[in-house]
Design a protein around this ligand. Structure first.
Ligand code: 0L1
Ligand code: MG
Length: 263
């Protein structure tokens, strides 16, 4: 994408450096209330282009956000959103994340889809998503909005790559058609105490519905899922905060568990 204006460039650098320096910033719509959602996705594209270069990394997938009715109601919106996952966001169960590199992280339990063929179009179906998915796996997404107090509008959060910062995928892979993906229960604990319970039905009714929604929106923007992508399909419960020395574990029916620690 070529940047159109100095304003675009300034906003992109504002968000890029907020992430790099782990400091929270005032939301961009306070200064630029005229920004539209389409413009926010353009700013996201520009931010990601810059981030790929600055961090010498590459895109490894996509994350879906605001996929629960509860969160949409909380924000007064009726749509989900998407952002991109970069290789340097991939964290591992055996390697604690350095809390000082993040602003105010929260963990969300999600089902990860491993995409095995390119999918692009505006009329993608659940069957096509299932056919293109090699495996599903338990995952934790760590979100870390760059905005003060995690408060923002839809435009702000889209421009900020939907609060993406880290993600961890569990080691147990399942065939997507071997389980009822729409009815998976989950408990998420912090340091051994259960803090959230949830279900995959919270993800737009069924994670496959969320995947179809995202594929078709991406298609309308000339994009799609790519072979090799990991797609995080959306949170199955509310997020929980994560501080230094915390260990968060999500245990999913049938899919197994996944943990992440902070140091
Ligand atoms: O992944 C998500 O559902 C979060 C998207 C952005 C909203 C937030 O940061 O809470
Ligand atoms: Mg998420």
């Amino acid at each position: 994408m070529s940047l159109k204006t100095d304003q675009d460039k300034d906003i992109i650098e504002y968000l890029l450096y907020a992430e790099r320096d782990a400091h929270e910033v005032i939301k961009i719509t306070d200064e630029f209330p005229e920004l539209t959602i389409e413009k926010a996705y353009e700013l996201q594209d520009g931010l990601l282009e810059r981030r790929l270069k600055e961090n010498n990394t590459k895109t490894v997938g996509i994350k879906l956000g605001l996929t629960s009715e509860a969160k949409q109601e909380m924000m007064g919106v009726k749509e989900a959103i998407y952002g991109y996952l970069h290789e340097d966001m991939l964290a591992f169960e055996w390697e604690a994340i350095d809390r000082s590199t993040l602003i105010h992280p929260k963990a969300e339990p999600e089902i990860a889809f491993f995409i095995d063929e390119d999918i692009q179009g505006e009329n993608i179906t659940e069957e096509e998503i299932l056919k293109a998915t090699k495996y599903v796996a338990p995952a934790l997404e760590i979100i870390d909005s760059r905005y003060k107090d995690f408060k923002f509008t839809l435009v702000d959060v889209v421009a900020d790559n939907c609060s993406s910062t880290k993600f961890v995928v569990g080691s147990k892979l399942a065939l997507p058609d071997s389980i009822d993906l729409g009815n998976i229960g989950m408990t998420m604990s912090k340091n051994g105490s259960v803090e959230q319970t949830g279900t995959s039905a919270a993800v737009l009714g069924h994670p496959l519905k969320a995947m179809v929604w995202a594929a078709n929106l991406l298609g309308s923007r000339g994009k799609g899922f790519k072979k090799g992508d990991i797609v995080l399909s959306g949170a199955m419960s509310e997020a929980i905060t994560m501080e230094a020395d915390d260990t968060i574990t999500a245990e999913f029916d049938l899919l197994g568990s996944v943990s992440v620690s902070c140091k």
